[in-house]
Design a protein around this ligand. Structure first.
Ligand code: MSP
Length: 644
């Protein structure tokens, strides 16, 4: 039987458009469920919208709509965003759906029947936007809400209460045995000290508003929006309608939430479940909050980060990568577009993009486009392989604790090792020295580094990992592969496909001028054949000077060479240059060029040549020049000037 895993985002209020906070939680859940699927789990991923309550009613009134019209319209924004961000949720629940209303009413009735819900009256200071009563002890100055800072309103109403206090000892005992029940540890401690304090019975109904789920048999009450909302997690896996499904996914659930809503998830919800006779979720995982350029995000400041825009400008994968790489999960983080651009250029374009580009070009140029078989017993190859295999384990360990940034650091350390391996092994040199076997072993290792990198990055950057996979010539998608089935070396023999740029570098100058779009894809460059490094003395020993071409003559015996008369200012001389296919003689006459003046003289096609004219060229497979440009000074410096 497959191992099961169930992960949920909070359900989002639909009084507002989605922002970076919503995107963050949902991306984190998406990455985790994609990862678990690749680890062979039967993973179920739920997100959705929280559509009842005062906030929604007030937002609808302000817009002159009915609450139902509002939620029908606004929830679509979330669904669209999840498409844009490549979110692979299995279900999307709306709390106004009949399947949910039925479950809320059934649970409420069950708890009433067993007298865990009773009728009383409630009086207290209430925060309307946060939908919550605030105890005197927890108020901000001037009777304001400690969370949103807005003024509180005195409310008195008949209310149903949930006997939360009755189940507190049982919950404490559960958490004492299950330290991963609340993650990270700081939040666990916070919840434990809250539970050991004064947990009161909870008001779970309202008479002051209409927009909610009616209480069976007492319809002037509607269910309090948080009691309603938390139940979504059970509704969606068939609490009432599909007991088999419920059994499969409960309680192997991880609720991912922002740090502001942990009490609802780590105290109220588990107490409700205990009262209902169900198990408590395996973990509630709390993440921190994003500020923007160092400031709290707010509509009034106009600094709300729009995830649609980020995905459009930078690509969904880059945005996904950035959010999970930038801050340790659980901590607060600061979002800035310049930090995002920095990560795109360094981690994605430079590290991963270059590794792919360099490797594919070399496989095409040196191995006929087919990933070679490995061979030999070079310790360097063994080291890279061992790091790859160890990375699988390290990623697994860090994903267990939702340490996304750590997992990414491990993956990128491996990618970085791949780039360093190219510099160390210098495949172009192996090629030049005709070390075919070693060259194949190196290209084999590099191909495997990329194949494993595609698998490891797939949960994070699914679209790009699929492109990478395709360029490696591999069939299917890395997302449907199983990480545990990965065997180093199995990629040998695969014919690679056309290399394309995965992450175009963003030109910072253009970006600063506000022209982020489109970051034009650089042309794929062939890995050049490098020469050994020289010191400055070595460079100085080449005497390059500016000269003028006085005359260009054909050499009858040669298709490529011209005999050039050049003037160095202090002397005139003859130099033969292989530039005939690119210029007519008259195009050369009078041109200023750079020549190597101290090259030993040599006879070329029967003509003595005293120096060399400098040109830049590209060459075809046979080594012949394909295109060529003469190197010339940009202004008329005196003839004979030294070039350095
Ligand atoms: N509807 C409730 C959740 C009910 S779950 C049964 C709710 N909705 S919300 O839309 O207001 O917020 C959803 C999530 O967004 C919360 O987890 C919250 O922490 C998160 N964020 C809101 N602003 C955020 C940031 N600036 N940064 C990170 N996450 C933030 O609460």
């Amino acid at each position: 039987m497959k191992k099961t895993f169930y992960i949920t985002t909070p359900i989002y209020y639909v009084n507002d458009i989605p922002h970076i906070g919503h995107a963050y939680t949902t991306i984190a859940c998406d990455v985790m469920s994609r990862y678990k699927r690749m680890k062979g789990f039967d993973a179920h991923f739920l997100t959705g919208t929280d559509e009842h309550g005062q906030k929604i009613q007030a937002a609808a009134e302000a817009k002159g709509m009915t609450p139902q019209e509002l939620v029908d319209k606004i929830h679509v924004n979330f669904k669209e965003l999840w498409k844009v961000l490549n979110i692979s949720n299995d279900d999307f629940i709306r709390t106004t759906e009949p399947r949910h209303v039925r479950v809320v009413q059934a649970m409420f009735k069950k708890l009433m029947d067993q007298e865990d819900i009773y009728k009383g009256s409630y009086e207290g200071w209430y925060c309307v936007p946060c939908e919550t009563y605030v105890p005197e002890s927890g108020m901000g100055g001037n009777r304001t809400c400690p969370d949103c800072g807005r003024p509180l309103t005195m409310m008195r109403e008949e209310s149903y209460f949930f006997k939360a206090s009755k189940y507190v000892p049982q919950l404490i005992e559960h958490y004492e045995k299950n330290l991963q029940g609340v993650m990270p540890r700081a939040r666990y401690n916070e919840i434990m000290s809250f539970l050991r304090g004064d947990v009161r019975d909870q008001s779970v109904s309202r008479t002051t508003l209409k927009w909610g789920i009616p209480i069976p048999g007492d319809e002037k009450h509607v269910v309090y929006v948080w009691f309603d909302a938390l139940i979504n997690y059970a509704t969606a896996v068939g609490y009432l309608d599909a007991p088999e499904m419920f059994q499969k996914y409960w309680p192997v659930v991880r609720h991912m939430v922002g740090k502001d809503i942990i009490r609802f998830h780590c105290v109220i919800w588990p107490l409700m479940l205990l009262a209902l006779g169900n198990n408590v979720p395996v973990s509630v995982v709390a993440h921190g909050w994003w500020t923007v350029d160092g400031e709290k995000m707010s509509k009034s400041k106009g600094n709300v980060v729009d995830p649609f825009k980020m995905a459009e400008l930078y690509g969904a994968d880059a945005f996904r990568y950035f959010l999970l790489r930038e801050v340790p999960f659980g901590n607060d983080g600061d979002f800035s577009e310049s930090a995002l651009v920095g990560r795109i250029n360094s981690d994605l374009a430079n590290d991963l993009g270059n590794l792919l580009n360099r490797t594919l070009q070399m496989i095409v140029n040196y191995a006929g486009g087919v990933a070679p078989k490995g061979g030999g017993d070079d310790p360097l190859d063994a080291e890279v392989r061992a790091l790859g295999e160890a990375t699988l384990g390290l990623v697994d360990k860090t994903m267990e604790t939702f340490s996304y940034d750590e997992a990414l650091k491990h993956i990128w350390a491996f990618i970085g090792r791949g780039n360093k391996y190219i510099d160390e092994t210098m495949p172009w040199k192996l090629r030049k020295e005709d070390q075919g076997e070693r060259l194949n072993a190196v290209l084999h290792t590099l191909y495997e580094v990329l194949r494993l990198s595609a698998l490891l990055t797939a949960p994070y950057i699914p679209e790009s990992a699929e492109k990478l996979w395709k360029q490696l010539g591999l069939p299917g998608s890395p997302l449907t592969e199983k990480l545990d089935d990965f065997r180093w070396g199995e990629g040998a023999g695969t014919k690679v496909a056309k290399a394309e740029v995965l992450f175009p570098r963003i030109d910072l100058e253009q970006w600063r001028r506000g022209q982020v779009q489109p970051p034009s894809a650089p042309e794929a460059t062939v890995e050049p054949e490098h020469e050994p490094q020289i010191d400055i003395e070595g460079f100085r020993s080449v005497e390059m000077r500016v000269a003028r071409i006085l005359k260009a003559e054909e050499i009858p015996k040669s298709k490529k060479l011209y005999k050039l008369e050049v003037d160095l200012g202090y002397e005139k001389r003859t130099i033969c240059a292989g530039i005939k296919p690119f210029f007519k003689p008259e195009e050369l006459t009078g041109k200023r060029v750079v020549v190597v003046a101290n090259l030993k003289s040599a006879k070329l096609a029967g003509v003595e040549s005293n120096g060399m004219v400098l040109a830049a060229s590209t060459r075809d497979a046979s080594g012949a020049a394909e295109s060529l440009a003469l190197i010339a000074p940009t202004s008329d410096v005196p003839l004979g000037s030294r070039v350095s």
